[in-house]
Design a protein around this ligand. Structure first.
Ligand SMILES: Cc1cc2nc3c(=O)[nH]c(=O)nc-3n(C[C@H](O)[C@H](O)[C@H](O)COP(=O)(O)OP(=O)(O)OC[C@H]3O[C@@H](n4cnc5c(N)ncnc54)[C@H](O)[C@@H]3O)c2cc1C
Ligand code: HEM
Length: 406
């Protein structure tokens, strides 16, 4: 709870802080990285360069202030959970909150100048620490559940046992713990962080990859799409290393599995909707159900550019044989003679997914994963068709949330 005195100050200053959000963020990161260059290894350089992530931290503090002052807004439990899982997968530690808080408050002071009286500074500091404490507590619980001693202890070496080409520009990697220890379990939909050292002494970068194999198997599998730079932008840092420089026998640093979104929620009908590389949680869900609940009614709707871009598609007939109540519906922007519905055991349509034509049980739990515009469109269509909002879970393969989130 925000103290009454701070509440009044935060209400009075919210409009000016919100209006200068971008400027505050613009000052915050450079001053924090200048004082703590080691944090460059923690943050995503691509997101920093494109500005995608930059706004997320300050914007979420402002949105949290609105929440604390009673202005309503989104469902905070879900948002805090999402951030905490992401932070845990990066090994964020409580002491780093002091660093972020100091530089965020200093950036607010630099931008708003004399408007930041000691009372104003104290009120926003209170907002920051209320949010920080919520996150620190959630992250501590996640570390305990993952059986690690804290953020500093998340990294473990894994040995690559296989590299398989799955489609154009998509490979999967199979991995086992390098120390021969047990393979931790996970829920389909969860992801691991992968930390790679960049060439030329450029430090480390961390990215998340959803586990695409079966929980309980004696190995993990991730499926990675190579990100190529378009229009002069550089190629993706980590996906390029994984594609070009990773071979069986190599070692990778991986986090435990984290992620608050289950791809197998409920125990009734399940609708999995994916596009492009967003199919990785769905593949894990199908493998899991084939092993544990083969009778469960499942629809997989998958959209891709064409059959050659569709990773894991050769696995679908095998899964279909093990899941008698599975219905597969594929939408390819371009179909070819090779897209034989009988061989694929799937319905195959040309063009983009039409949400009106998605097979839908009234009581289905839905899991979406793909580019944000795709998910917004599909979710909008499913909501119009009467699916309750709380039954639609979604995963974003980058920073950000769907319309209506922070
Ligand atoms: C929860 C979660 C699960 C995920 N699961 C998967 C998965 O299963 N499979 C998968 O393949 N991916 C997955 N991802 C995405 C993955 O984490 C990476 O984001 C992806 O591999 C790209 O990382 P990269 O380092 O190759 O690219 P980055 O280096 O991060 O580059 C990303 C983009 O930014 C652009 N960019 C970089 N620098 C600049 C610049 N200076 N100017 C302009 N543009 C620039 C690049 O051109 C590129 O388009 C997941 C992400 C999340 C958050
Ligand atoms: C109250 C304090 C904080 C808030 C409100 C906050 C908020 C956020 C949000 C909203 C995201 C994006 C989540 C997503 O959608 O994927 C995020 C990601 C991230 N946060 Fe925090 N955060 C806080 C503290 C910290 C601290 C202390 C650190 C460590 C120095 C940190 C490091 C990161 C990193 C590295 C990411 C991933 C972003 C990327 O790599 O581009 N955060 N945070």
């Amino acid at each position: 709870m925000l103290s009454e005195s701070s509440k009044a100050v935060v209400i009075a200053t919210l409009p000016v802080v919100r209006a200068h959000g971008e400027e505050i963020t613009g000052r915050f990161y450079p001053r924090m990285f200048a004082a703590h260059p080691e944090l460059l290894n923690l943050f995503n350089r691509g997101n920093q360069a494109t500005g995608q992530q930059k706004a997320a931290l300050a914007a979420s503090v402002v949105a949290y202030a609105e929440h604390l002052t009673g202005a309503g807004g989104p469902a905070w439990d879900a948002i805090l959970d999402r951030i905490a899982h992401k932070h845990a997968s990066l090994g964020i530690t409580p002491d780093q909150y002091t660093v972020v808080g100091r530089h965020l408050m200093a950036a607010i002071g630099e931008v708003l100048g004399a408007a930041v009286t000691p009372e104003v500074a104290a009120a926003w500091d209170e907002v920051y620490w209320l949010m920080a404490c919520e996150l620190i507590a959630r992250e501590a619980r996640l570390y305990t559940t993952a059986d690690v001693a804290g953020g500093g202890a998340i990294w473990r070496d894994w040995r690559v046992t296989g590299v398989v080409s799955e489609a154009t520009d998509v490979i999967s990697l199979t991995l086992v713990p390098a120390d021969g220890g047990p393979v931790p379990g996970f829920v389909p939909g969860q992801y691991v962080s992968v930390a790679v050292d960049l060439d030329g002494g450029l430090g480390q970068q961390i990215r998340q990859y959803s586990l695409s194999g079966r929980p309980g198997a004696d190995h993990w599998r991730i499926t990675v799409k190579r990100v190529r730079g378009v229009g002069g932008a550089p190629d993706g840092l980590v996906s390029t290393v994984l594609h070009e420089r990773t071979a069986p026998g190599d070692t990778l640093r991986l986090s435990p599995p984290f992620g608050e979104v289950s791809a197998v929620a409920g125990d009734g009908p399940l609708l999995l909707v994916s596009a492009g590389i967003g199919l990785t949680p769905a593949m894990s869900a199908l493998e899991h159900l084939a092993a544990t609940a083969p009778e469960r009614p499942v629809v997989l709707v998958h959209a891709d550019r064409d059959g050659s871009a569709h990773a894991h598609r050769h696995e679908l007939p095998r899964l279909h044989a093990r899941l008698p109540n599975l219905r597969l519906k594929l939408w390819y922007e371009q179909t070819t003679d090779g897209d034989d519905p009988a061989a694929l055991t799937a319905e195959v349509a040309s063009g983009r997914v039409d949400p009106e034509l998605i097979p839908l049980s009234p009581d289905a739990h839905v899991h979406l994963c793909g580019p944000l515009p795709f998910m917004n469109e599909v979710r909008g269509g499913l909501l119009r068709r009467g699916v309750p909002v709380e039954r639609i879970a979604y995963e974003v393969f980058g920073p950000g949330m769907l319309r209506g989130g922070v």
